[in-house]
Design a protein. Structure first.
Length: 255
């Protein structure tokens, strides 16, 4: 797949360079031999085409301007940490986390839908004794798997884009529990799972390089269900890569 993407990129770059060189050659030829008013009009059209290629803006049939080369569908993969604060900090400490999703442009591309899943990992220090277990779990690990359907708006400045987004979702919370068999000197780690509803908002920054986009995001994730009688607010921060999947879903290639 990587070889195919590389070949596609090389083919597109060669076509663009070839088209640009032909256009420049035609302009030079018309400047040397301005035969008629029609040739001047042709030169103007060629100059306009070259300008569009240079600036990366292509005008559509109905006058709509869209960023050249930006795909409609991107896969999203990021790594980072889910930071905590306040009373959440006593219970949960951030560890390595990831997120996966899709960035799907709507309309002309300014608005987008952002379905995603956050895999958040935390160090867990149990604060309240569970009546079903004699011992509390300390320095263990808890996990959050949160699905979110968000909507956002993208403002582009050339290859750089800034995008706020917000949405709602829910998922599963896994807490550790320890049961001890003293006669056999055994300690068994169990998982207590619960469901939660959540709301998520954030601000992202990305930079497009060919078929790929490098991005960073700062999020605020609020769980409506408490954990260990504490409100849970998490601040995930990610750095990752978006891959253009437009040709896979639409059959149309983008630069």
């Amino acid at each position: 797949m990587k070889i195919g993407i590389t070949a596609q990129l090389l083919t597109i770059v060669c076509c663009i360079m070839y088209s640009s060189s032909i256009a420049h050659a035609r302009v030079a030829d018309y400047q040397k031999h301005p035969a008629s008013a029609g040739s001047e009009m042709e030169t103007t059209k060629i100059n306009r085409t070259i300008s569009e290629l240079d600036t990366g803006n292509i005008e559509g049939k109905k006058g709509m301007s869209v960023p050249a080369g930006r795909g409609r569908i991107y896969s999203v993969s990021g790594i980072g940490y889910g930071f905590t604060s306040g009373e959440t900090n006593v219970l949960l400490q951030p560890k390595f986390s990831t997120n996966l999703g899709f960035d799907i442009s709507l309309g002309k591309g300014d608005f987008f839908v952002y379905p995603s899943v956050d895999f958040l990992i935390f160090r867990y220090d149990q604060q309240i004794t569970d009546p079903n277990y004699l011992y509390t779990s300390q320095r263990s690990r808890a996990s959050f798997t949160i699905f979110t359907l968000a909507f956002g708006y993208r403002k582009s400045f050339g290859n750089v884009s800034i995008y706020p987004f917000a949405g709602i979702g829910g998922g599963l919370v896994s807490e550790p529990r320890i049961s001890v068999n003293e006669s056999n000197l055994e300690a068994v780690l169990n998982k207590k799972k619960s469901k939660t509803l959540s709301a998520k908002g954030g601000l992202g920054l990305d930079y497009r390089i060919g078929q790929f986009v490098i991005f960073t995001e700062a999020n605020v994730l609020h769980n409506f269900d408490s954990l260990q009688e504490r409100k849970i607010n998490v601040f995930p921060v990610y750095l990752g890569l978006k891959s253009n999947l437009s040709s896979v879903f639409t059959g149309k290639k983008t630069r």
